[in-house]
Every structure is written in C-alpha cells, then in structure tokens.
Design a protein around this ligand. Sequence first.
Ligand code: CP
Ligand code: NVA
Length: 304
Amino acid sequence: MRTKDLLNLDSLDRPEIEEIFDLTAQIKKEPKQYRQVLSGKAVGLVFQKPSTRTRLSFEVGMFQLGGNAVYLGPEDIHLGVREDIRDLARTLSRYLDGIVARTYAQEDAENLAKYSSIPVINGLSNSYHPCQALSDLFTIKERFSSLDSLIVAYVGDGNNVLHSLIQICALMGVSLKIAVPKGYEPDPEVLRWAMSRSSKISVYHDPKQAVKGSDVVYTDVWTSMGQEKEAKERKKAFEKFQVNRQLTALAKPEHGVMHCLPAHRGEEITDDVLDGKHSIIFDQTENKLHLHKAILSLWLGGKK
Ligand code: CP
Ligand code: NVA
C-alpha cells in the first residue's frame, strides 16, 4: 500500500512504480482529462535550495490539475531556524493538502513528514532525488518501449541523483553500470540495499567499462548544491569522467544520453553530446512535468 509520504524510493514496490508510469503516460497523452482532479487543493513548495525544473514542474503541474501551489523559499521559511520543524509541519498541515520539500538534510524532509498530517514529497535532498529517478526511468521506458534487458551507464559522482537511480533500477530490474572516481562512490548502504534485490548493479572506476555496450549514458554535475567549496578538487578528481563523443562512441549505436540538469557544459558533459542526436535530455526534462502531475494526483488524493 502507498505510504503517506514519498521521501525515498525504498518505500515503493514495482507495481506502485508501474501505476505511476501508467498514470504519467495517460496524463501526458490526454492532459485535459485531468484538469480538475485537484480542484480546490493546495500544495506548498518548501525549498531550501534553488530549483528551476522541480519547482516549475510541481507548480505548473498543480495548476494544470486545477489546484494551487505556494512557493516557500529559503527566505520565507528558514527551516529549523525561524521555528521548530514540528511547529512548521503542524502549521502547514492546517493550510495545505501536501508539501514538496527540497532540503539539505534528508532528515529535515523526514521530520517534516513525521510531524505533518499531509503527504510530503521529496523534491531533492543531499541524499536522494526520488521524483527525478521516477521521471528518468519513465523517459527510458518511453524511448525504448520497454525496460527489459536495458543497460544504463551512470558516469560521475556518487550523489543524490545516483542514489535514487540505483534504487529504481534495482526495483525495476534494470542493469546499472556505475563509473565513479575512487573516493566518490555512492553510499554503501544504498548499494547494499540495491544489491540485495538485484544482481544487475556494478561499480567501476573506469568510465569506458561502464559505458561499453550500454543503452543509456547518464551523467550529473560533479559538484552538487551545497558542495561549492569542493568544486576545485572535484574538477580534478572527475576530469577523466567527462561524457564526451569519445566515451559515448562505446555505447550501443542507438543509445540515449541523459542528464537531470542543470548541466555544467564543458565539465561533466560536452556541448556536442548534450546537443547531439543521442540526447534525450529535454524529453527527460519535459517528463518531470507529466510525472509530477501523476505523483500529485496519486498522493494528494485526486480521483484518477
Ligand atoms: N533536475 C532538477 O531537479 O532540476 P532543478 O534543480 O532545476 O529543479
Ligand atoms: N546532484 C545535483 C542535482 C540537481 C538536480 C545537486 O544536488 O545539485
């Protein structure tokens, strides 16, 4: 059964993910059918970090479903500073029907969820980006018609985006070949959880090994929000992990290239790959809108 909150993909199972994908496909195909499903409802976006796509897709998505979205940025709510998270959670629960939270600590999103009576959806924390991984796998399924026998290669940092990608690949039985520099591996707990469910996850320190024969090549920034002080040392550690033409030439001829965006062009990905014919990056971006509408409909109690 679906849990109250969507904080981390380990709370979902395969049928629940398939239900989200089916609804996303329907909403994408016939958006007008869903214009009233959240009529009169309101979601609050409690965002402690900047956002373009996640904010827009949840805000616009909520409007397209007939509801309202209220953005509460770092200047509006100093999470845990202006007031205790428990008081904030209880207050928001009296006004809103749901919360999308973008926090530094995963624990902050968990505490918001614990003390609120309304659903809390994780719109990225330092540890996870569950909604991103859901729309990414939806995009892969759309591009290749099926997830069966696909190999996804992830080249880059062992970060929040990778953690959620590992979880969803394990849940959906998709092979994931990860290439990270030494010292930048994903959280061993996340890997252990995934490997206990799937034998299709492997970690390399050589990007070529991961990308060779893959259907999808995925990358993300080398320096995530909140890690800006480490940017210089990270640039050096990741210099051999750039997704460029030479590397993608090792993937299957019909491969797709993905990036959750924002990208640092010329660092983790070159212009020619981001703009090239294999890039499905802007379909991936668009699908965040459709998928977030499905999440809002399901978690905030829409009829469909
Ligand atoms: N992919 C993503 O979450 O983008 P934003 O940080 O712009 O929301
Ligand atoms: N890993 C990136 C993802 C941004 C969507 C970050 O946390 O900044």
